[in-house]
Design a binder for this molecule. Structure first.
Ligand SMILES: *Cc1c(COP(=O)(O)O)cnc(C)c1O
Length: 396
């Protein structure tokens, strides 16, 4: 069914993984198999499918041909054992916690993870006896100090949201594995085009496909990619029954978006490489955080761990929260909205938006200052984005 795509480059893989011609019709674009259930030829076949003795589909929550294409596509690019698509990025995280952790287990996570990822651990999973500690995982001593005898999962987000700080996946994986803990990497920000965590020792990768993988700001979706068959087999039954499953139409849209991941990521990154130095040189900007700038404290790690600095930039306007609000209220081309990784440039204020549910002290400790502005650079013309920043900063 699947081509052997390992010998091809990443752009070829992105375009061809999961994209084989439909056998029944010859359709080049994948058909949307919008069916909740699949007929069996006879009782014996039904029984064998349920027993796992025979492949083939049963019920869409447990598997669907259109969703399977997307799972194969993302897993191919990540270099994992398979994919498990979910209704959202949060669905992917929750499925993983249910699959990999028990009451009494402990997780160590990146302090500045995506806000809801931290909230769901500290507020919700804690009610089921799953403990978590969030530390600056770019500080290896802090990771070591946070690990307990019952730590069985280390959860890294790199680059992290919205501070754009990086974690050395290989170094953290070495510490985690020494203690028998698995390493989960949220690879949403980099996308598999710019960073492949399995090459650095990660055990499981998750994505919010809402962002770069779908890339068109019209789908909410997630993906789990385990590195080994053993992990895949452990997670799959929870994924089938927990209910955070994907819809075939959602999968089809994400698969369509995925095909252009290469060109979108490259164009947005080229733009970010022009916008970041412009912001850094602007007299009204206090600081800029972008892995492609020499001023990024982990510039060297970015070069070693990633295939490019990506298109997320954080910065602070001089004058703190009010000055930042003036900027945000005056952008014309850019859109004031949360989310990232779409073809259009989105700008937002994490302390009052995505990370508002976090207590202020935790927020500040994670490096998310009151005036921090995050921009997800899109695929417009770089000059137009710079002009928009110029005029909006004039209002500050
Ligand atoms: C958006 C996001 C999530 C959550 O994904 P949803 O698809 O919104 O549920 C998780 N991690 C990161 C890094 C994100 O940006």
């Amino acid at each position: 069914m699947s081509h052997d795509l390992k010998r091809y480059g990443r752009n070829t893989q992105t375009i061809h993984a999961g994209q084989y011609v439909d056998e029944a019709t010859g359709a080049v674009a994948p058909p949307i198999i919008q069916s909740s259930t699949f007929a069996f030829d006879n009782c014996k076949q039904g029984a064998e499918r349920f027993a796992g003795a025979e492949g083939g589909y049963i019920y869409t929550r447990m598997g669907n041909p259109t969703i399977a294409r997307l799972e194969e596509a993302v897993a191919t690019l990540e270099g994992g054992a398979g994919g498990l698509a979910t209704s959202s990025g949060m669905g992917a995280l929750c499925t993983l916690v249910f699959a990999l952790m028990n009451a009494g287990d402990h997780m160590v996570g990146t302090a500045s993870v995506y806000g809801p990822s931290r909230v769901v651990m500290e507020r919700d999973f804690s009610r089921f006896g799953v403990e978590s500690t969030f530390v600056d995982t770019s500080d290896l001593d802090a990771v070591r100090a946070a690990i307990r005898p019952n730590t069985n999962l280390v959860f890294i987000e790199t680059p992290a949201n919205p501070t754009i700080s990086l974690t050395d996946i290989g170094a953290v994986a070495a510490i985690a594995h020494e203690h028998g803990a698995l390493v989960l990497v949220d690879n949403t920000f980099a996308s598999p085009l710019l960073q492949r965590p399995f090459e650095h020792g990660a055990d499981v990768v998750m994505h919010s496909m809402t962002k770069f993988i779908n890339g068109h700001t019209d789908v909410v979706a997630g993906m789990i990619v385990p590195s080994t068959e053993e992990l895949f087999t452990r997670i799959k039954p929870v994924h089938s029954y927990l209910g955070a499953c994907m819809d075939p139409h959602q999968a089809w849209l994400a698969l369509r978006g995925f095909k252009t991941l290469g060109m979108r990521v490259r164009t947005a990154q080229d733009n970010a490489r022009k916008v970041a130095p412009f912001l850094e040189a602007h007299p009204k900007v206090e600081w800029v955080r972008y892995p492609g700038l020499d001023s990024h404290p982990q510039h060297e790690l970015a070069d070693r761990q990633m295939d490019g600095p990506g298109s997320l930039i954080s910065f602070e306007v001089k004058g703190g929260i009010e000055a930042g609000a003036r900027l945000l209220d005056n952008v014309e081309l850019m859109t004031l909205a949360v989310s990232l990784g779409g073809i259009e440039t989105l700008i937002q204020h994490p302390p009052s938006m995505t990370h508002a549910a976090m207590p202020r002290d935790d927020r500040l400790a994670a490096g998310i200052t009151d005036g921090l502005v995050r921009v997800s650079i899109g695929c417009e013309d770089a000059d137009d984005l710079i002009k928009d920043f110029e005029q909006a900063l004039d209002h500050v």
